[in-house]
Design a protein around this ligand. Structure first.
Ligand SMILES: Cc1cc2nc3c(=O)[nH]c(=O)nc-3n(C[C@H](O)[C@H](O)[C@H](O)COP(=O)(O)OP(=O)(O)OC[C@H]3O[C@@H](n4cnc5c(N)ncnc54)[C@H](O)[C@@H]3O)c2cc1C
Length: 349
């Protein structure tokens, strides 16, 4: 199997990379280790910057991807259980779409125009200089599949086989947090038209969050890796029950994931040779965990870099480094603003 570019990961950064490259006529394959559409732990709020990029490259989000309430008015940051400040999503529009990530990501990747292969897990790779051989594992047939390509884009999210393989020392230096989120049938007095963030550090090492999706009470918190999530979650749930009348019936789902400190330290990793990293794999994640906008934009920038490199002969990584300057600055600035809002370091790992 031979492709101009193989993209590892079918999240928003992979879909945007694919869309950009398909538009330029490249032969592109996107692989994902999961069966698609796959579940992704997320609050599923599409911020204005993501909406603008999406409408330009993918069109309008279909109705089927929305959950209720369809549009959220803004973020409500609580400094304690009584005082809050509201941050409207955008002054002139209706609000921010509230979606299931499984459906949203599936719509994006279908609209990328690229060939997609799911249940295909990248296990390792060999960089031969002018081509890369990816060692993939088909989780259905249990076969090992070698795939050859000119360029690779790692859109794997925070844990990246490619980043770890390219730069083991860099990987060792990363600090990690665990985000935990549960979904309950139930009720509460919190305004469902807002995404709520509780900034008091007694509810989590980063912050604790809450929103409503199709009537489900979705809330969670994060803790540095090695720390205990239970005490934070218990304290947070008790506060939601006492102060906001939270009632919980059936637990429908619980989920967790790992994130790292690349975004707060500004320690981005953009790639090596003909291998570029995008989205969270490269360290792009904005304050309070907003990451779809920078996943989409860096995916498109990687596609632009590869396309320009192909025609000009200038190396793709150099072009990509230059193109992502603003995005890197904005990501770091968002965490500074986040710390200012929280009145403390927002990710003390
Ligand atoms: C609790 C929580 C809430 C969030 N809420 C929001 C929000 O409301 N709005 C927002 O904008 N952002 C939010 N984010 C952030 C957002 O989810 C991420 O920043 C975004 O998904 C990153 O996109 P990505 O394409 O880089 O990676 P991902 O979306 O993580 O996609 C990576 C893909 O790569 C695949 N993959 C990984 N390794 C391999 C491998 N070895 N082989 C093959 N495939 C592989 C995975 O299966 C996955 O499909 C939230 C994050 C968390 C944790």
């Amino acid at each position: 199997m031979k492709y101009d570019v193989v993209i590892v990961g079918a999240g928003p950064s992979g879909a945007a990379s694919a869309r950009g490259l398909v538009n330029e006529g490249f032969k592109v394959l996107v692989i994902d280790k999961k069966k698609l559409p796959r579940y992704k732990i997320c609050s599923g709020i599409i911020f204005k910057k993501s909406q603008d990029i999406m409408e330009r490259y993918f069109g309008k989000i279909p109705e089927s991807v929305y959950v209720t309430p369809n549009l959220l008015k803004g973020v409500r940051f609580w400094t304690d259980s009584k005082n809050f400040s509201d941050w409207p999503f955008h002054k002139d529009g209706n609000g921010a779409p509230n979606v299931w990530r499984s459906d949203y990501d599936s719509w994006l990747i279908k609209n990328s125009g690229a060939e997609v292969r799911d249940c295909c897990c990248l296990k390792g790779f060999k960089d031969l200089g002018n081509s890369v051989i990816l060692e993939c594992y088909d989780t259905i047939s249990h076969e090992l599949i070698p795939i050859t390509c000119g360029y690779v884009i790692s859109a794997e999210g925070s844990k990246s086989v490619i980043r770890a393989g390219l730069e083991p020392e860099f990987e060792k230096g990363l600090k990690w947090f665990i985000a935990y989120q549960n979904y309950y049938e139930g009720t509460s007095d919190l305004d469902p038209y807002f995404y709520h963030g509780f900034l008091d550090s007694q509810y989590g090492d980063v912050y604790a969050w809450y929103n409503v999706k199709n009537g489900l009470q979705v809330f969670g918190t994060a803790v540095r890796k090695g720390g205990k999530i239970d005490p934070y979650l218990r304290k947070y749930s008790e506060m939601l029950k006492d102060r906001f009348g939270l009632t919980l019936k059936n637990l429908v789902r619980e989920a967790s994931c790992l994130g790292n400190d690349m975004c707060t330290t500004g320690n981005f990793y953009l790639g090596k040779g003909n291998i570029l990293l995008v989205g969270e794999a490269a360290g792009f994640l904005n304050a309070f965990g907003e990451g779809i906008s920078c996943a989409l934009s860096t995916g498109l920038l990687a596609a632009e870099a590869i396309s320009k490199s192909f025609t000009s002969g200038i190396d793709a990584l150099g072009l990509y480094t230059e193109l992502t300057k603003v995005e890197r600055r904005q990501t770091k600035a968002s965490w500074k603003l986040g710390s200012k809002i929280a009145g403390r370091e927002l990710m003390p790992l």
